[in-house]
Design a protein around this ligand. Structure first.
Ligand SMILES: [Zn+2]
Length: 434
């Protein structure tokens, strides 16, 4: 038995936001008691959550764990350690491993390794096409049986619209979800940064906004055509947000996510050929950054995900155009997003929705994303006032490709429970179970 006592308990699904205590036993939430203290003496461990937020365990719905195949960049153990340290009790991992997660054996390998070595729930996403080559569809039903929660060729766009149409039709029959990395490759090929003044001045070939927007528009239209469910990943442009807003107004089954770097940085961050600001889609302009923020505030954007993309120094400390895309993000996603709170733009409840309830809803993760009796005991305890600096030496990921070192942060996860097990703790007298 475990008691999280006297915290601000926030459950975005039910609208609950009040001081209370959470009773946990056998990996489940047994009860939520109102008030600052538990009535009577509690037989078990007690975590004092006074002054803290108690949220349903955070879910990062876009992570690259690099396992199998690229374990020197990250593996399931280090990736889930980084997740716990950043406040996440669950991660959803993409299929661009080696071998690609296009076969139930790979899906099962991920699930089993996560169960034995992981410190977070790991939900694998399987590929839409074999080898992510965009030619032949995988067997969705078989992969779902093995534990895949959705389908995506993330890292690569699905170039053939007929294939995406067929995939959406197949997915629709079982109510499966397709996550789309929206990129019109003919327009983006050879580009390495946002097409704009900064890239021009630095002599870096550009990726136009339209490369992303044409693909988002196509995806939305195919969702409309087929009635299938599609989720647009890492939206970075103003028009991308506008298209999603339009699709939602039209009642289409489309959702979308963004990543913290798209509302925190602009392409100015690539100055000095900083490869730790190189990602795909690229960092955009100020107008885009503001529009992504607005999309979060008005509810157009459903979820914030890190797009955690670990890379070793050899593929990052090199010439800009040839450098790998992506940054680590599990350990900075929450504090960077909490900066939105400082401006009064989003409430803690909305933050919990973006990071937990919405991903659980979109992906259909049973028992996740809410703090109620009977839910899995996945809980994130946040200290909204903690001031700290993000340092390279603190990183739990195997890779260090982040543009945020030296940043002063306010707010962080001080404890995480995953099915009742303490997977992360900075709290005095509360050692982690792992
Ligand atoms: Zn992607």
């Amino acid at each position: 038995m475990l008691l999280i006592e006297g915290g601000r308990v926030i459950d975005p699904g039910s609208g609950k936001d009040e001081i209370g205590s959470v009773v946990i036993a056998e990996g489940k939430i047994m009860d939520i008691l109102p008030g600052a203290g538990a009535p009577g003496k509690f037989e078990g461990r007690v975590i004092d959550a006074g002054g803290k937020w108690v949220l349903p365990g955070l879910i990062d719905m876009h992570v690259h764990l690099r396992d199998p195949g690229y374990e020197w960049k990250e593996d399931i153990r280090s990736g889930t350690a980084a997740a716990a340290s950043g406040g996440f009790s669950s991660v959803v991992c993409m299929a661009n491993t080696n071998p690609v997660n296009d076969h139930p054996e790979v899906t099962r390998y991920i699930r089993e390794k996560a169960a034995s070595q992981g410190t977070a729930n790991v939900f694998p996403v399987a590929a839409v096409t074999r080898g992510m080559e965009g030619k032949e569809m995988t067997d969705f039903a078989e992969l779902y049986e093995a534990g895949a929660v959705a389908f995506s060729d993330d890292g690569k766009p699905i170039r053939n619209p007929l294939l995406l149409r067929r995939a959406l039709e197949y997915a629709r029959a079982f109510d499966f979800l397709i996550l789309e990395h929206a990129e019109e490759h003919e327009l983006s090929e050879g580009g390495a940064a946002n097409e704009g003044w900064t890239a021009f001045r630095l002599g870096i070939p550009g990726i136009p906004h339209a490369a992303e927007e044409i693909a988002i528009a196509r995806d939305i239209l195919l969702a409309r055509q087929t009635g299938g469910r599609i989720h647009i990943q890492h939206i970075s442009t103003k028009m991308g947000v506008d298209l999603l807003r339009m699709a939602k107004r039209a009642g289409l089954r489309v959702t979308g996510e963004t990543a913290p770097h798209y509302f925190t940085l602009t392409d100015a961050a690539i100055e000095g050929y900083n490869t730790n600001a190189k990602m795909n889609p690229p960092l955009r302009g100020e107008e885009d950054r503001m529009a992504v923020l607005e999309g979060i505030v008005d509810g157009t954007i459903d979820a914030i995900a890190s797009d955690h993309a670990p890379h070793d120094v050899y593929t990052k400390r090199c010439e800009f155009v040839g450098a790998s895309n992506g940054i680590i993000g599990l350990e900075t996603a929450l504090p960077l997003s909490m900066a939105l709170l400082a401006g009064g733009k989003v409430s803690p409840a909305r933050l919990a929705d973006l990071f937990s309830a919405a991903p659980a809803r979109i992906l259909g993760l049973k028992g996740k994303g809410f703090l109620r009796r009977g839910a899995d005991a996945d809980v994130t305890i946040v200290d909204p006032d903690a001031e700290w600096e993000f340092r390279e030496s603190d990183v739990r990921s195997k890779s260090q490709n982040s543009p945020f070192f030296g940043w002063k942060m306010k707010g962080r996860a001080v404890a995480v429970l995953c099915r009742g097990r303490i997977t992360h703790s900075l709290l005095h007298g509360v050692p982690p179970d792992v």
